[in-house]
Every structure is written in structure tokens, then in C-alpha cells.
Design a protein around this ligand. Structure first.
Ligand code: SAH
Length: 384
């Protein structure tokens, strides 16, 4: 089997650079591309990135890339790849995804079928199986993905399994949760450091608070789940266990954090508590039922992150206008606090009553949203 792979981390549009930074923080060189980040590495890198990347969606192995303007070219291109280095005899290998964009080949089911045929034929040759007899697929699963962009085929194997945003701590989600990896990316984009207070005044199921606490304590986001590649027979289980043990040793459970989540809805606070407990952070995060209009604090230099209701999702338009206006009035006295507010409302700033220093376009699932960034005034902390 191979020692080094071409790898990609996939990420939602707008947060590729955050994922790039996370990969570099692991000591791995990478190139940030549109929607994906490319890097090279062995099983250790696959394990580290799956375990540690907070903002990415998936880690995939790129088996090969070639030009494919016809089914014949697609078949020959897939057949020529070194499948013997990935798929043992007995492997399950569904072509789980085919995506065609701006390409001559545009019928995705046919692209899927041709790819499957070519891999089957190659494995029959490698493992000396008779043609015409179907291959047994009762072993570990390798999900193969084909993407055609401007007639260039990229063939990948997913290493992750269920997407990285599924950390394993969310027992319940409530009405409109933000994805865990998007929440982590927003915390990383904010100017929060573990020594500053953080408040999510519309915390819902508690995602921002839980992600911030995991960042603050340096807890690997994947510690509580497993990944598809761990079931592959050629993966060195001791090596993966070492990466997991190192992650455990790096967590700092003693650090003092000041993280609070509030929500008007007592049921959401119950849900947030359950999720925080499941993440092992029940004693770390303060959660209380409160209207954001009642938020007051004497603390300084904090960060507010909020994903308030939007018109489309949870409230009618009029109620949203009033809420955003009251939000502006409530947050205004907190001059040294930075505020990061995620909403799809394009007129947010006029309702809130203040213009953001920076606006960043993101996607919450398929919904286009903006992260409105307001920076707190800098003050020196009184050290007397
Ligand atoms: N980010 C959250 C989802 C937030 S949805 C998550 O990941 O789960 C918006 C939340 O704002 C809802 O839970 C709703 O109950 C809460 N909310 C609505 N009006 C509020 C108000 N006036 N004060 C505090 N919370 C409010």
C-alpha cells in the first residue's frame, strides 16, 4: 500500500482559508483552492486531519485526475489508476457520488455506472478473478466519488464517513441549528481568545458555546467519533491509536473559561445542557434562559457570537425587525465587546442601527448568509 497520498479537505464556500490555517497548524503544507484544500500525507495525516480539523467537511484521497470527454476516456482513465493500492479483495466500493459541471459528460448516473464498471474490471484483473462473475463486496467500505469539471475527471475515496460536522455530541438540535464546523469556523474568524468572555445570547442548542469550549480547551473535535478509514484493513491501527492518544494528551481541561449561552426558550436551554453534557462540557459552559434584551455585563473585551432568528427560518418579518433593533440597543453599551452576528437578512445593519466593520459571505447549509463583524474598542486592562 502507499506511504503518501494526494489529499483534499473539503470546506463550505467562504471558510476555505480557515481550514487552510488549521491544516498548517498541524504542521502540514497545503494549497487553498475553491471549496477544497490540497495537501499530501500518509495515514498519520489522514488521522490527524480527520481528528483535528474543526471547520472542514471531509478528508478525501485523490486517486487520480485525467481528462475525460467521452465514456471511453472515462473508462480507460479509471481503469488505469492504481486501485491495487487502495481496494483489497472483498472491499465494498460504491460509487457514492458523481458530479458533472461544465463538462461534455453530464449524465451523472451513467458516469457512476461507467466508473463502477472500470473499477470492477481492474480488480478482476489484479486479483485474477474471472470476468462475468460478480466480485464479492462484503469487506470494509471505500466510498468512491467522481467529479467532472470542465472535462477533467477527479476520482476520490472518502476517508471520513459521516461528515466532520457530526462530532457526536449533538443529542438534540432544536429548530435551526448551525452546523458544528461552521460554528467553529466563525469562532476562529472572531478575535476570541480563551482568556476573554464569550456570550451567545441566542444559543439554541448551544453549538457556538460548545465549539468555543472545545477550542479553548484544545479538545480534538473528532475525539468522540470514528471515521471510515479506521475500518480499512491496510490502515495501521496502532498509528491511529497513537494519534488519538496524542490528542487526548493535548487537551487542557484545567483552563478557566468564561463562556455563556442564553436563549429566550427554556426548552432550548435544556437541549443545550444535554449537548454540553454529552460533550463533557456541562460544568464549563454557563447556560441560562434569558431574553437577549436583558443582557447586561460589566466585563470588558468580550466577544458576542449570535445566530439570531431570520425571517425565512423562525420568525415573521415584523418580529425580526423589532428583535434586530432591540439587539442593537442592547449591545451598544458593550463598547469593548466585539460582535459577530450571522443572518441572511440583507438589511440587518439598518435594523441593528450600526454598520459592520466587515461583512463575510457564508453558507449556512444552502442558505446564503452574512457574518456581520463589529469590533470592540480596544482598552488596556487595568492591572492595578
Ligand atoms: N445557533 C443555534 C440556533 C439559533 S436559532 C444553534 O446552533 O442551535 C435562534 C435562537 O434564538 C432560537 O433558539 C430562539 O429561541 C432564540 N431567540 C429568539 N428570540 C430571542 C430573544 N429575544 N432572546 C434570546 N433568544 C431568542
Amino acid at each position: 500500500m502507499k506511504k503518501e497520498f494526494n489529499l483534499v479537505a473539503t470546506a463550505a464556500s467562504g471558510i476555505e482559508a480557515v481550514v487552510g490555517k488549521e491544516i498548517r497548524n498541524l504542521g502540514i503544507e497545503c494549497q487553498v483552492d475553491n471549496g477544497k484544500i490540497r495537501f499530501k500525507g500518509g495515514v498519520e495525516s489522514i488521522a490527524m486531519t480527520n481528528l483535528w480539523l474543526r471547520a472542514a467537511d471531509r478528508i478525501k484521497i485523490v486517486v487520480g485526475e485525467f481528462s475525460a470527454r467521452s465514456f471511453e476516456e472515462l473508462f480507460q482513465g479509471v481503469f488505469a489508476l492504481d486501485w491495487e493500492n487502495y481496494l483489497p479483495l472483498g472491499a465494498k466500493f460504491p460509487i457514492s457520488k458523481a458530479k458533472c459541471v461544465k463538462s461534455k459528460l453530464h449524465n451523472e448516473p451513467s458516469v457512476q455506472a461507467i466508473t463502477k464498471k472500470a473499477v470492477v474490471k481492474k480488480l478482476q484483473k489484479i486479483y485474477h478473478r474471472p470476468e462475468g462473475v460478480p466480485l464479492q463486496e462484503n469487506g470494509a467500505e471505500f466510498k468512491i466519488e467522481v467529479s467532472l469539471l470542465k472535462d477533467k475527471a477527479t476520482i476520490m475515496i472518502d476517508t471520513t464517513g459521516s461528515s466532520l460536522f457530526k462530532r457526536g455530541y449533538r443529542v438534540e438540535k432544536g429548530g435551526a441549528p448551525i452546523k458544528e464546523n461552521m460554528a467553529a469556523a466563525i469562532i476562529e474568524l472572531s478575535n476570541w481568545f480563551p482568556d476573554k468572555p464569550l456570550i451567545d445570547p441566542t444559543c439554541g442548542s448551544g453549538t457556538f458555546c460548545i465549539e468555543a469550549a472545545m477550542i479553548g480547551m484544545n479538545i480534538a473535535p473528532g475525539f468522540n467519533r470514528d471515521f471510515a478509514f479506521e475500518a480499512w484493513p491496510w490502515v495501521d491501527k496502532d498509528l491511529v491509536q497513537r494519534v488519538r492518544d496524542e490528542a487526548d494528551a493535548k487537551a487542557n481541561y484545567d483552563i478557566e473559561l468564561d463562556i455563556m449561552g442564553c436563549d429566550i426558550d427554556a426548552r432550548m436551554i435544556e437541549i443545550a445542557k444535554k449537548n454540553a453534557d454529552e460533550a463533557g462540557l456541562g460544568d464549563v459552559i454557563k447556560l441560562k434562559q434569558m431574553r437577549l434584551q436583558d443582557l447586561k455585563t460589566d466585563k470588558i473585551n468580550g466577544v458576542i457570537v449570535s445566530n439570531p432568528p431570520y425571517g425565512e427560518r423562525l420568525l415573521d418579518d415584523k418580529a425580526v425587525d423589532v428583535l434586530y433593533n432591540e439587539m442593537g440597543q442592547t449591545f451598544a453599551p458593550l463598547k469593548t465587546w466585539s460582535k459577530f452576528i450571522l443572518t441572511s437578512d440583507e438589511n440587518f445593519e439598518s435594523k441593528y442601527g450600526s454598520k459592520a466593520a466587515k461583512k463575510r459571505k457564508l453558507y449556512n447549509g444552502t442558505l446564503k448568509v452574512d457574518l456581520y463583524q463589529f469590533y470592540g474598542e480596544r482598552v488596556k486592562r487595568n492591572l492595578d
